[in-house]
Ligand binder design. Structure first.
Ligand SMILES: C[S@@+](CC[C@H](N)C(=O)[O-])C[C@H]1O[C@@H](n2cnc3c(N)ncnc32)[C@H](O)[C@@H]1O
Length: 198
């Protein structure tokens, strides 16, 4: 699979990945990681976890992927075509403030995405999906209706999801991702969090 550090792409096979993962039981995957700030923050704060950021767009990843954290890795891939090297490895999935085709796949219950999420999971993987109103409005949904649609799609795909919880500006301000900060100080500082497990 293609990984990135700074501006340099590196191919990492399963043997190489397993070598990086030795000694880490907890493996967190952040899908649609953007600039990778969230991954950097988790890896820096939880030395016992290995954190993988995945995004389809490489340009935003240059800064945070440069940091030499032994427990962070950045992968260039589409969410709907996650590399098979990740299969069965992930103990926790986060999807923070998705837009574009990632959000569309969540809204339609796209089986390519749902199947990939299942393939990368272990028997008891947990998930957090955080949705913002602006991105949902661009796809024709209100925050509440979009969150309910994605809740239903995750349930249909086999996830056990709790009732969605509203995230207001105070929570967004403290959330360590670049997009959360933008939302917190933007026109519509509301998001919804869906949490559950497989
Ligand atoms: C609004 S940004 C959020 C970035 C980050 N999670 C944060 O909280 O700052 C949404 C990200 O989803 C990524 N994305 C959209 N569709 C994707 C897909 N199909 N596969 C992987 N990444 C995707 C975009 O490239 C973008 O970086």
């Amino acid at each position: 699979m293609e990984t990135i550090r700074g501006k340099v792409s590196l191919d990492l096979d399963l043997t190489g990945l397993n070598a990086r993962l030795t000694n880490y039981n907890r493996v967190i995957l952040d899908l649609g990681t953007g600039d990778g700030r969230y991954v950097h923050c988790l890896a820096d704060n939880f030395a016992d976890a290995f954190v993988i950021g995945v995004d389809a767009c490489r340009e935003n990843l240059h800064e945070y992927s440069r940091a030499k954290l032994p427990n962070a890795l950045f992968v260039i891939a589409n969410a709907q075509e996650l590399p098979s090297e990740l299969n069965g490895l992930i103990s926790h999935i986060t999807i923070n403030f998705p837009w574009g085709s990632l959000l569309e796949s969540l809204l339609t219950g796209d089986c390519m995405l749902m199947h990939r999420l299942e393939l990368i999971s272990r028997s008891t993987t947990s998930i957090d999906v955080r949705l913002n109103g602006g991105a949902l409005a661009e796809q024709g949904w209100t925050l509440e209706a979009g969150a309910e649609q994605i809740y239903n799609n995750l349930i249909s795909a086999g996830w056990h999801i709790k009732t969605p919880v509203m995230m207001h500006a105070d929570v967004l301000r403290k959330f360590p991702s670049t997009w959360a900060k933008r939302l917190a100080f933007g026109r519509d500082p509301r998001a919804m969090q869906l949490s559950g497990y497989l």
